[in-house]
Design a protein around this ligand. Sequence first.
Ligand SMILES: Nc1ncnc2c1ncn2[C@@H]1O[C@H](COP(=O)(O)OP(=O)(O)OP(=O)(O)O)[C@@H](O)[C@H]1O
Ligand SMILES: [Mg+2]
Length: 458
Amino acid sequence: MHGRKDARRKSSRRIRDFVMLQGCFAAVFLLLMVTGSIGIVEAIAAMLAAGAVSAAYYVGSSAVSPPDVGSEMAVASLPAGPAASVVPVKALPLPAFEIDLDQRIIAYNAAAEDILRLDGRIKPRASTVIRSPALLSAIDEAIQVPAETPATVEVDAGPDETWRAYVTRPVRADRILIVLEDLTPLRRAARSRSDFIANASHELRTPLTALSGFIETMRGPARDDPESWGRFLDIMAIEAERMSRLIADLLSLSRIESSEQVAPRDRVNLRDVLKAGASALEGFAEKKDMRLDVSIPEDACPVIGSYDELIQVVENLVSNAIKYSPPGGTVRVSAGRAPSAQDARTRSGQAWPDGERMTLLQTVARVGVGVGIGDAAVWVRVEDEGPGIEREHLPRLGERFYRTDQSRGGKITGTGLGLAIVKHIMAHHRGGMAVETRMGKGTAFAVWLPAAPAKADA
Ligand SMILES: Nc1ncnc2c1ncn2[C@@H]1O[C@H](COP(=O)(O)OP(=O)(O)OP(=O)(O)O)[C@@H](O)[C@H]1O
Ligand SMILES: [Mg+2]
């Protein structure tokens, strides 16, 4: 409405200018004619020439009249459709939306709809869906001062969630484009890298400090007391072994991580893996007066995988089950084949109706490879009669160096890398991992991975 009135006002102003200019010329030429300075023919010719000049001004002024940025006249004079919109937001791969000069959200893509929780609302006010004061003031600024270069604003969307917003309003555009980039994974990776370095150096320093302490003692106060040396040497051997185990685990983790992009190729039978893994730990179970009950499936369970890595999975899970259970109990290992990854997860990880459960790693379909979520899978379940794991710890199992409070304070030694290794190996095999636990009754860890396609020699 305002825009049309404005246009009419401008056009009548130009007509007035045109008439005044023409009138002035006519008056001058009339005066010259009356005073006899020019003849009637010359006066008429001069008036016609002046008329042509004024007409040219009238036409020219309409062509170059600049749109008034910010008014709706400018909106109307901008070409409609894609050119009026800075970029069609639906075409952008990142969450993006547009705001008009009244601060209403007028266009958005599906990703932005989810993030802003627009739920199909029509032209909501930006301030009703955007909580970040920094972003709102950047939008305000863009409305006041158009700029081709995007302003960047960091938006904290929660304790562990950060976004970067790019706010652009091209000169003469009637809308502001906001593109969002999720910085959370980058930030999380940076934090986990620095946590990892801090944890690894701490874990290495602890046994090293103990070793140097005993060396000092044996050189100093205990120099003349060789009887005590035997005891010191025993502790030193334990600490040295702890260090070398930690280094071996770290190396193994980094090897698995670096090979994660390369899919395993060997055809491995899970029965062999279970047999070898279990027999390696029989001695450990016996020492704790525990029974290791391994039910190896009758059918062959071929998978495409790495034999060494799968052995590590079984060994880590079985050794945890033995380590964290009181003496005298039983550790049960079972395995089988299921028609799909979903089924394998149910069979291996949901056996206790009263158990607390958590999926620690989800199977992801691999595009372009013949094995996916819907294909047959093979599963393994390692179940113990230990103390169980409190619910709040479940989501963090599988994080490097994560140990529950009970085991951190207790006498059971460990570095918290075992489950991280299992999780990485399962990810490498495009498999999954879950835990099920009942306080005071026991814990079960479940893993599953795609079965190898049928072949005569399996
Ligand atoms: N079967 C289990 N029962 C109870 N708690 C367990 C069990 N398995 C793992 N946990 C808990 O999960 C934590 C992480 O296990 P993980 O195997 O990663 O590390 P770790 O056994 O402490 O050390 P590492 O395996 O590196 O020697 C353990 O410290 C323990 O608190
Ligand atoms: Mg362990």
